[in-house]
Write a new protein. Structure first.
Length: 104
């Protein structure tokens, strides 16, 4: 299932709030936590990382992976933490409103 438009940034920020990760790790974590309901398109993920980095929400550095390969590891910045809180609050309000509409 595709990730809803506008939620990829929220999912990336939440995932990176747990620990710094490389792109494949972020995609894998989103898949695992969603019980494979969501699969992240690598191209969309790369574009989101670039946008979030440009906007100061995440930082990146090249490091060696557990498989001895070089990968870009991303981590949340203080600005990204504030954005995560704001987006999570907004998501909770919207999803509660949708739930109320579906129950009506």
């Amino acid at each position: 299932m595709d990730i809803l438009q506008g939620t990829l940034d929220l999912l990336i920020l939440k995932t990176l709030s747990l620990e710094p990760m490389h792109g494949f790790g972020v995609a894998r974590r989103i898949g695992q936590v969603s019980q494979d309901l969501f699969r992240v398109n690598p191209g969309s993920l790369l574009l989101a990382f670039r946008r979030l980095e440009r906007d100061g929400m995440i930082d990146a550095e090249w490091r060696e992976t557990e498989n001895s390969r070089r990968a870009k590891y991303y981590r949340l910045t203080p600005k990204g933490k504030k954005q995560l809180q704001a987006e999570a609050r907004d998501w909770n309000l919207r999803s509660a409103a949708i739930a109320r509409l579906l129950e009506a």
